[in-house]
Ligand binder design. Structure first.
Ligand code: ATP
Ligand code: MG
Length: 596
């Protein structure tokens, strides 16, 4: 390709809103342009790199026997009502009505579409497993789109889905995808950490996220030297509440007029926060947990939709040891809720009978969720449920009844690994991909059946597998750049070689044209910078766009040309006659290494 034919304009400065390197460089190199908040257009050079990522995913997924298909992006709201996620997906799902007043959804993901498509024509166990994927537009109305295409509103996901007759078959396909993911990320030059993950709104059992470590990562990773790696939304640590002595003393109220925080309590009572039971009231959105027998839930509004029952708004009081924090993702998962948020002042008064700081376990008017850290606590301190008072001598098992007892704590640096007893450390990461064993969540709710070997109707089990193509592309730039620009791995560069003639005329033009023809004939993706620009501008653009190999053609050096790798400081001089073959071999060697 001739540079003069590619419509691009590079920028010296990135727009102020671009905070991270990949976003800045993608804007400066004109790989993407912004059309609206969280909405980016791929420009020709950006699209070339994007397609390479897509192709690598396709090749590796085709290799494990997955078939490509292509559902629509706009899907009927009806199928989301069947699965129950019409209500639980929350405001990130963009809904619209068509002219016939029918509910429509702009796909944020495609479990429903896949299930609805594949149940058509599924009759016999002989058709299973089915394994199909798409690479297609998704839309999520992210509350805070940021970092360019790293977290956009419209983005592209490679998403595979599989249906199986039994767990062994699902497990085999799940492992195939896991292996394919490792191959994909290796070919892209990325070092990936697979971590155990939260299954969140998706439901289901086994799941792993594929993370790249990054200081600008949105996820917190909990890592142990023994190899344990988990997203903080899922990580569990060894219980570490110290042995405490039981008390027979009855609960006693203590006037604590100026005590509001845990620190205030430590000072006032002269004891460690580990002896306090912290109580937090949460507003729980769209919980599908059965609360019909839960305390104080008799009058909650219940919505019943065909097979689904959920509570649009309910409350939970979470008890946790005073020095620990609640993990809201764990809590939402436990309550099968789309979201949990701390209750506001008015709600706290209504539920706890006291303002924030005085909430206690004893008289709270909602179900109690007790973190495991409280189980071993005795003779503890807590809020009283009355403004200006705390209580002491609290015995958890004696003085109140928890509705659910589970792990909802946020694991942190220095907590103990339950597997090896070592200490956890934390790191930041970005999720590039995800594999899930969904089980029968969608197939059951959406009525998918087939006839098994014995001729009986059975429900297939399901897996799903997603990679964010745009986020992968941005992460590659995040990992591979310097002050001058992008440093593409050979496998993803929009063009692998740039020929830069100092001036595109006379002998330099002839030499550049010959090299261009030689490289094209050798199958190398090459761009010839034929623009009428100063050499400094062309060099700066080549570095910014990040072509892995730059060949400078200058009359001082002819009949030699100068080859410089983007990731190496020093150029080498090579006779023009040999340059084509030599560069083709260099490109091939690096690609072989990535693909090997
Ligand atoms: P996150 O926690 O980062 O929001 P997610 O858990 O919602 O991600 P999945 O539903 O598992 O993501 O989607 C699969 C993949 O799609 C993710 O691993 C990620 O690479 C990509 N992805 C998700 N949301 C976005 C987004 N807003 N912009 C770009 N890519 C995204
Ligand atoms: Mg998300």
């Amino acid at each position: 390709m001739k540079a003069s034919q590619i419509s691009f304009r590079t920028l010296r400065e990135a727009p102020a809103e671009a905070q991270i390197s990949s976003h800045q460089l993608m804007m400066r190199a004109d790989l993407i342009r912004k059309l609206g908040n969280g909405l980016y257009t791929y420009m020709p050079l950006g699209l070339k790199a994007y397609r390479k990522v897509e192709n690598i995913i396709k090749e590796e997924w085709n290799n494990i026997g997955a078939q490509e298909f292509k559902p629509t992006v706009i899907v009927p709201g009806e199928i989301w009502k069947e699965s129950g996620r019409w209500d639980t997906m929350g405001p990130q799902m963009l809904k619209a009505k068509n002219r016939g007043e029918q509910d429509m959804v702009v796909s944020p993901t495609a479990e429903e579409a896949y299930t609805a498509i594949m149940r058509q024509g599924l009759t016999s166990y002989k058709q299973l497993p089915i394994n199909a994927y798409q690479i297609n537009t998704k839309y999520r109305d992210e509350i805070r789109p940021r970092y360019g295409v790293m977290r956009g509103r419209e983005f592209n996901m490679a998403d595979g889905y599989s249906l199986h007759a039994d767990d062994e078959s699902l497990d085999a396909t799940y492992q195939d995808y896991a292996k394919a993911y490792h191959r994909i990320f290796k070919r892209l030059g990325l070092k990936i950490i697979p971590v155990k993950a939260d299954t969140g709104a998706m439901g289901g059992s086994g799941s792993e996220e594929f993370m790249v470590e990054s200081p600008i990562g949105d996820d917190t990773l909990i890592l142990c030297d023994c190899g344990y790696a988990a997203n903080v939304e899922k990580a569990a640590c060894k219980e570490d509440t110290p042995e405490m002595a039981k008390t027979d003393a009855a609960i006693e109220e203590v006037a604590t007029p100026n005590v509001f925080s845990i620190e205030d309590m430590e000072k006032f009572f002269g004891t460690s926060s580990k002896n306090f039971i912290k109580a937090l009231v949460y507003r729980v959105i769209n919980s599908s947990l059965d609360l019909s027998k839960a305390p104080h839930c008799e009058n909650l509004k219940v919505v019943k939709e065909e097979k689904f029952t959920f509570y649009p708004v309910s409350y939970a009081c979470v008890l946790i040891r005073g020095d620990l924090e609640v993990n809201e993702a764990k809590l939402a998962g436990l309550l099968k809720a789309s979201e949990v948020v701390l209750a506001d002042d008015e709600e706290i008064m209504m539920i706890a009978g006291a303002p924030h700081g005085f909430v206690g376990p004893v008289n709270v008017k909602c179900p109690i969720i007790q973190d495991l850290s409280v189980n071993n606590m005795h003779d503890a301190y807590a809020g009283s449920g009355k403004e200006g008072f705390h209580i002491k001598h609290v015995e958890p098992a004696r003085d109140y009844t928890a509705y659910i007892n589970a792990d909802v704590r946020t694991v942190k640096d220095g907590d103990t690994c339950p597997h090896c007893g070592g200490k956890f450390h934390t790191s930041k990461g970005n999720e590039l991909g995800h594999i899930f064993k969904l089980g029968k969540k969608y197939t059951e709710s959406m009525g998918v059946t087939y006839l098994d070997k014995s001729g009986k109707a059975a429900v297939p089990t399901m897996g799903c597998y997603g990679i964010g193509v745009d986020r992968v592309l941005a992460s590659i730039i995040e990992c591979f750049h310097d002050d001058n620009g992008i440093m593409w791995p050979m496998s993803v560069a929009p063009y692998t070689v740039a020929i830069v003639p100092i001036k595109y005329k006379d002998a330099m033009k002839d030499a550049a044209d010959k090299l261009y023809a030689d490289l094209k004939a050798a199958g190398v993706e090459v761009v010839l910078d034929d623009r009428d620009e100063r050499p400094g501008v062309k060099f700066a653009d080549a570095d910014l766009i990040g072509y892995p190999v730059r060949v400078t053609v200058g009359d001082k050096n002819l009949p030699n040309v100068e080859i410089k790798m983007r990731n190496q400081a020093d150029p080498v001089l090579v006779p023009l006659e040999e340059a084509g073959a030599k560069i083709a071999a260099m490109v091939k060697a690096e690609l072989d290494q990535l693909n090997g």
